[in-house]
Design a protein around this ligand. Structure first.
Ligand code: TYM
Length: 325
């Protein structure tokens, strides 16, 4: 299996990023090839004119992923912008992309609807993502449900390229975990930075984490009344952290009555603290050791470039260009 995925450094990672994607990166890192990258070229579509912010977010992203269990001895971790081969493949794919494919792109439509400048970068964002995936012969792409459309576009482009130029590119598949493909936020909608409903993996203090959890929206069933756990956001989020037995125990407390949502939130808070506790400690260590983080990224980029050059040479000869290596 050749696994690849990317994540944008547009701020701190939240529970949706973790349970929808990062957890799977780590589970799949023992695959024959496991490439994970910080999508800073994609982040250029939202963070502009703030070089320090972008560099800081990228560094934080690397520290977060390593703290959460990404092992650089197994997986290859790199910054997208350190692999220039990507933009060459991007051009090759641009030339065969029909516009209607991009008109349907939901990220573009959504951002445009929110009044963000709709430039060509945003419009062609899915083609850059296709280049990310196709450059390394990836066959498995762990992502949340919101990225499935982009993987479909990638498959379409690879198939079209192969149709025109002959068998060159590998068609990948999205790997989405059904139960966690769409994690809800504090308001019950999909957790997303743009909705302001996120809970970060590394909230700066336990107090801030508790405050966010206490603010999760619930209905107004009185404390003494029985409550239905399924469909309640606190319970839905608790399921991410708990095994079957723990879930059943909390469900029983909901249904018995006499338990307020505040108690359920406290249970969720404690579960989250336990779950991410070790990563918090690892994170503190890594923050003191930024040279190691930079070394990991540099070594990762070298490996990614080597594999990328191989695939790009196939593309170059298919097109009629000289091979590079
Ligand atoms: P990004 O940076 O928005 O999100 C990173 C990953 O987190 C997942 N995710 C969620 N999963 C479940 N529930 C949620 N509420 C939730 N919110 C976010 C996303 O599905 C994603 O897997 N375009 C990509 C980055 C990218 C990429 C790639 C991904 C660039 N090139 C190549 C895969 C392969 C993005 O914006 O993800």
């Amino acid at each position: 299996m050749k696994v690849l995925s990317g994540i944008q450094p547009t701020g701190r990672f939240h529970w949706g990023n973790y349970f929808g994607a990062i957890k799977q990166y780590i589970e799949l890192q023992t695959a024959e090839q496991a490439f994970y990258f910080i999508a800073d070229l994609h982040a250029m579509t939202t963070i502009r004119g703030e070089p320090e912010t972008l560099a800081g977010f990228s560094r934080d992203a690397a520290i977060d992923l390593l703290s959460l269990g990404l092992d650089p001895n197994q997986a290859v971790l790199f910054r997208q912008s350190d692999v220039p081969e990507i933009t060459e493949l991007y051009w090759a794919l641009l030339t065969i992309t029909q516009m209607h494919l991009l008109d349907k792109g939901h990220s573009f439509k959504e951002k445009k609807d929110r009044g963000l400048p709709a430039d060509a970068g945003l419009y062609t964002y899915p083609i850059l993502q296709a280049a990310d995936i196709l450059l390394y012969d990836s066959d498995t792409v762990p992502v949340g449900a919101d990225q499935v459309q982009h993987i479909e576009i990638t498959r379409d482009l690879a198939a079209r390229f192969n149709h025109i130029y002959g068998e060159t590119l590998v068609l990948p598949k999205a790997h989405v975990v059904e139960a966690t493909g769409k994690v809800v936020g504090t308001d019950g909608e999909k957790m997303s930075k743009s909705y302001g409903n996120t809970i970060d993996i590394f909230e700066p203090t336990p107090k801030k984490l508790r405050k966010k959890i206490m603010a999760i929206k619930t209905d107004s069933t009185p404390v003494e009344d029985p409550k239905e756990p399924e469909g309640d956001s606190v319970f839905t989020l608790y399921k991410l952290f708990a095994d079957d037995q723990q879930q059943a125990a909390l469900a029983e407390r909901y249904r018995a009555g006499g338990m307020g949502y505040g108690d359920a939130k406290q249970t969720l808070y404690e579960a989250a603290m336990d779950y991410f506790g070790p990563a918090f400690e690892k994170r503190q260590e890594l923050e003191e050791d930024l040279d190691t983080v930079e070394d990991v990224l540099r070594a990762g980029a070298e490996k990614a470039r080597a594999k990328g050059a191989e695939v790009l040479d196939r593309v170059r000869s298919a097109v009629g260009f000289k091979k590079r290596s």
